[in-house]
Design a binder for this molecule. Structure first.
Ligand SMILES: Cc1cc2nc3c(=O)[nH]c(=O)nc-3n(C[C@H](O)[C@H](O)[C@H](O)COP(=O)(O)OP(=O)(O)OC[C@H]3O[C@@H](n4cnc5c(N)ncnc54)[C@H](O)[C@@H]3O)c2cc1C
Length: 383
């Protein structure tokens, strides 16, 4: 086992840190308060070639994997979980094309995505298809060499900002998950429009909107993999991207812990620093234990995903569950360590707590991740 970063991984971490210090930290409170899309941070990441971390070199990317992407997401999340999801959602939208697209799909989109000239988004969720992803109702009906899409997707990150969307729709009604197909849809396709920007608890600089499809004609050649195998495309994509949500949670937890630590080392009560009280020290110690353990599991999950480990799906789910539950506990305790100051919006800790919550919900709520882990355990041990 090797616990040291490669040169490339160090470069990714240092670049993200620099952008975090110079651009994200001075702006994050305003972006959060005013719900401003963090274009400045994303453009800086693109300038530094960070948009293509997970994209093969032949398409202008860095040729890294889920581990390298997780390192970047973790570092960005130390500064702002909202910026991190705008960045990471590009990978979520791109993985279906990378994993199941044709050479033509990859040649068309990957160079644009790697350079940051185009953003991507992933459209699976609908009003009646959240955890039950097989319940998708958006339809794709074959019409000559096109499919006609009708329906509405809900809560799609980067909607309207992205130039390309991977969308899951029904091609064989009544077959549930076995009747879904995945399509690549360009933003400017006639009939494809967007809903209003959602107002959220946290990650408020990120954009979340509905996708509306009204008789949207998509060339049949835009289908990914095969007809009625869209659920597989979606599940393969989520397996790949789940360690990234764990990494977002680790970064958020780390950021909150450092704020709490600095506060405890300067706040005086009863004539001494509050860091001299054992009750506070133990909270800080538990935060550090949680962050280190979560980080180790996220890197383990990402490594498994990158090396086609047969346990990758389960390990990625474990990483997401453990890191997100840790982030919620660490950020809540960080507010506690900072007392009333921590509760105030002018101090960054309450934002970490608000941003942490989403990591337990999206890309499959933690209850669903536990189902995945348990079913895998049972399947492998049942006689
Ligand atoms: C800010 C934000 C951004 C998002 N971005 C995207 C995106 O880019 N693309 C996209 O496709 N989706 C996106 N989503 C959707 C997200 O993935 C879903 O919200 C998530 O999968 C949970 O679905 P749901 O919210 O409908 O919850 P529900 O499915 O309604 O679940 C509600 C509760 O019931 C529990 N539950 C449901 N079924 C079970 C079960 N079988 N066993 C135990 N417990 C269960 C859940 O764990 C949860 O606690 C986003 C959501 C948000 C809030």
């Amino acid at each position: 086992m090797n616990f040291t970063f490669t040169e490339m991984q160090e470069m990714i971490r240092d670049t993200a840190r620099e952008i975090g210090e110079d651009i994200i930290k001075p702006n994050r409170a305003r972006w959060d308060e005013e719900e401003v899309y963090p274009s400045e941070a994303l453009e800086a990441l693109a300038q530094a070639d960070m948009m293509g971390i997970y994209i093969p070199e032949e398409f202008g990317g860095m040729g890294g994997g889920a581990l390298e992407l997780s390192i970047a997401v973790e570092e960005i999340s130390k500064y702002c979980g909202g910026v991190a999801v705008c960045f990471a959602a590009n990978a979520l939208g791109s993985y279906p094309i990378l994993l199941h697209g044709t050479a033509a799909h990859k040649e068309k989109y990957m160079p644009l995505l790697a350079s940051g000239k185009m953003y991507a988004a992933f459209g699976l969720t609908e009003a009646n298809a959240g955890s039950d992803a097989g319940g998708v109702e958006t339809t794709a009906v074959k019409d000559g060499d096109h499919y006609i899409l009708n329906g509405t997707k809900q809560w799609i990150t980067n909607a309207q900002e992205a130039g390309v969307y991977t969308v899951i729709a029904v091609t064989n009604k009544g077959k549930g998950a076995r009747g879904l197909s995945a399509f690549v849809v360009d933003k400017d396709t006639p009939g494809f429009t967007f809903g209003a920007k959602e107002k959220k608890l946290g990650i408020r600089c990120s954009v979340t909107r509905e996708l509306h499809f009204q008789d949207v004609r998509v060339p049949a050649s835009n289908m990914l993999y095969k007809e009625n195998r869209g659920f597989r495309v979606a599940m393969d994509t989520l397996d790949k991207s789940r360690p990234g949500i764990g990494a977002q949670a680790v970064g958020i937890a780390h950021g909150a812990m450092m704020e709490a630590l600095n506060f405890a080392n300067t706040r005086i009560q009863f004539g001494v620093k509050i860091s001299s009280f054992q009750a506070v020290q133990h909270m800080l110690a538990d935060m550090a234990i949680g962050v280190e353990a979560a980080r180790a599991l996220v890197y383990r999950g990402a490594y498994a995903v990158d090396h086609d480990d047969p346990n990758a799906s389960s390990l990625a789910a474990m990483a997401k569950v453990f890191a997100s539950d840790t982030a919620m506990k660490v950020t809540t305790d960080a507010v506690q360590v900072c007392g009333g100051t921590g509760y105030m919006r002018e101090f960054p800790v309450e934002k970490y707590m608000r941003d942490a919550k989403i990591t337990q919900i999206y890309e499959g709520a933690n209850q669903i991740q536990r189902n995945i882990i348990a079913l895998d355990l049972i399947r492998k041990t049942a006689q």
